[in-house]
Design a binder for this molecule. Structure first.
Ligand code: FES
Length: 571
């Protein structure tokens, strides 16, 4: 073993405090040898009935425990705050940083030598990983896995992606309340997270690309028995990682982050990866910037045919060979020699992966799209950047000049978007303010707002929409997101008025408000910052400290890490 276990400073002494630390744990039935130099593995569980996508993680944790015990470790499962994407108000993103604090302090304050992160729904992956990075113990991720394919009256239905056409369907008059109810259960057919390449699948692919899971772990459906096997093997491996002192910072190198950007492009992953990866890099101390996503990822071809960029679902992806095939195909475009949690390199782990369905996973020589990554825009409307996902956008709108139709916030949008008298046509640019990190607060996934009813009735499918918010990973459209600085802190977005002309030019990475500098100066002088949205509690701390989207929207006081040492015992 070599290095003394961290947990020994709790359990290894024969004095009063050793007695206290061991004795109360014994009420759960631990034998003497549980405290005699065996690695203690914390199983950080985001299970919650309020997080439907993670509802199976309690059972899955039992398999992790089996693995830990088999390898000679001691598993201790602990709960942390969980974030249910479809339920929490105003948005789970408001609480991502709070969960990261919960995870960080839970790990550091307890006698843990290594950690298994049980994740699933969108924010449960980045939040737990951010917290773990700030402690930097040996850490492995067990992704909960996607739902099985849903089926509605003979056709497949992807969780999430259908949400964006409900308004369109209901407008058609041929979609009843009963249809909606039936569809609800069809769309969520089994345990697991969204079965598209939405944010949860994107986050799972991200952690595998970073080298933080066992090979192939992210693609296995939640309901597949191989998920349990993977969990058990991850438990075993966590113990060995402690013995090898393979800490997070040994795996999370700059090269690992570059791999994650490449993989996100190749799988058509969510724009949310940008904000989460920046925050994770900030915690572990790897320099990463918004422009890296464009520079490294924007020319990467699309290798998977999954919703929302394509047509298949995660179950199909798994049967086709899953992420290992993508990693093997990407080969030379990746840093193949980076070490992963299994102690082997990402190249070696995936060298023999085989594709069983080229309709779902394409070879690098024949991609589904030649360029799939995220483009980073600059201009007077987004001095610190904005992002767009060209693969999910309408090609004809990628270069567009249109008249702004401005909504000051979501309430304003809902009140006016469907008014018959609203002066809007398909060439206009929908501008949504007040949905950034501080503005909402919490930067919700509203950037892909529905088009006005009257245009949907004319079968208009897409319009340019711009905002300081985010977009669900299951969504699509010509949607400019993450505008920084946001409107609430006085970014130029705050100054846009109805009738202004806006130019989007994705090829030249430009987003421009065609208003003179003098006029902008006049508007800026007259602009008044909105009242803060909270005077107390966590939201007040969040508002006082949250950074802008181009920095990952972490709290400034949480960036970096404090290691695993706690200098004082409880005495
Ligand atoms: Fe949980 Fe999509 S809502 S993963």
């Amino acid at each position: 073993m070599g290095k003394k276990l961290r947990s020994e400073s709790w359990f290894g002494s024969q004095d009063k405090m050793g007695f206290v630390h061991r004795s109360w744990l014994r009420n759960q039935g631990y034998p003497n040898d549980a405290f005699e130099g065996r690695p203690v593995i914390g199983i950080c569980n985001t299970w919650s009935e309020l997080t439907p996508c993670n509802g199976h993680l309690r059972e899955l944790a039992e398999f992790v425990k089996k693995g830990v015990l088999e390898a000679g470790g001691v598993p201790l499962e602990f709960p942390v705050m969980s974030l249910g994407e479809t339920i929490m108000r105003p948005t789970t993103m408001l609480f991502r940083n709070l969960v990261s604090m919960d995870v960080e302090e839970s790990i550091r304050a307890n006698p843990l030598d290594g950690v298994v992160l049980m994740t699933g729904c969108d924010k449960t992956t980045p939040s737990t990983l951010m917290g773990a990075c700030s402690v930097d113990l040996p850490t492995i991720v067990v992704p909960g896995g996607p739902m099985l394919n849903g089926r509605y009256r003979g056709s497949e239905i992807g969780s999430g992606s259908f949400n964006w056409i409900i308004k369109e369907k209901q407008n058609s008059g041929r979609f009843t309340g009963e249809d909606l109810t039936e569809m609800e259960i069809c769309a969520a057919r089994s345990i697991g997270h969204c079965n598209t390449m939405g944010t949860a699948s994107t986050m799972a692919a991200m952690v595998e690309a970073l080298g933080l899971t066992l090979p192939g772990a992210s693609s296995i459906p939640a309901a597949d028995s191989r998920k349990k096997v993977m969990a058990q093997l991850a438990g075993r491996r966590a113990v060995d990682m402690v013995r090898e002192n393979l800490v997070l910072s040994s795996v999370l190198t700059r090269e690992a982050f570059e791999n994650a950007i490449v993989v996100n492009a190749a799988v058509g992953g969510s724009t949310n990866q940008v904000i989460h990866l920046l925050a994770i890099a900030g915690r572990i101390g790897v320099p990463l910037e918004l422009d890296d996503f464009d520079r490294i990822g924007s020319k990467i071809p699309l290798l998977v045919n999954l919703l929302p960029s394509g047509k298949f679902l995660m179950e199909d992806f798994f049967y086709a060979g899953g992420l290992p095939v993508v990693l093997r195909e990407l080969g030379p475009l990746l840093h193949e020699n980076i070490i992963t949690v299994n102690g082997s390199t990402i190249g070696a782990n995936n060298a023999t992966a085989e594709c069983f369905n080229p309709e779902v996973i394409a070879p690098l020589s024949k991609p589904f799209q030649p360029e799939a990554g995220i483009a980073v825009l600059r201009g007077n409307l987004c001095e610190n950047g904005a992002v767009i996902k060209p693969a999910a956008a309408t090609p004809a709108l990628m270069k567009h000049r249109g008249r702004a139709v401005v909504f000051e916030n979501m309430e304003d949008y809902h009140a006016r978007i469907d008014l018959p008298e609203l002066d809007i046509d398909e060439y206009c640019v929908i501008v949504l303010k007040g949905v950034g990190p501080k503005g909402y607060p919490g930067m919700p996934e509203v950037g892909n707002v529905d088009l006005p009813k009257k245009l949907l009735n004319r079968e208009v499918k897409d319009m340019v929409r711009i905002s300081d918010g985010r977009m669900s990973g299951t969504a699509y459209g010509t949607v400019v997101l993450h505008i920084s600085p946001e409107s609430t802190v006085g970014g130029t977005l705050a100054l846009v008025q109805d009738g202004d002309m806006i130019e989007l030019d994705v090829e030249n990475r430009r987003l421009h408000l065609d208003v003179s500098d003098a006029e902008l100066q006049r508007r800026r002088a007259a602009w008044q910052a909105p009242e803060p949205l909270a005077a107390r509690g966590y939201v007040k701390i969040y508002l006082d400290h949250v950074e802008q989207a181009d920095k990952g929207a972490d709290l400034d006081i949480l960036v970096g890490n404090s290691g695993s040492t706690v200098s004082r015992d409880l005495h």
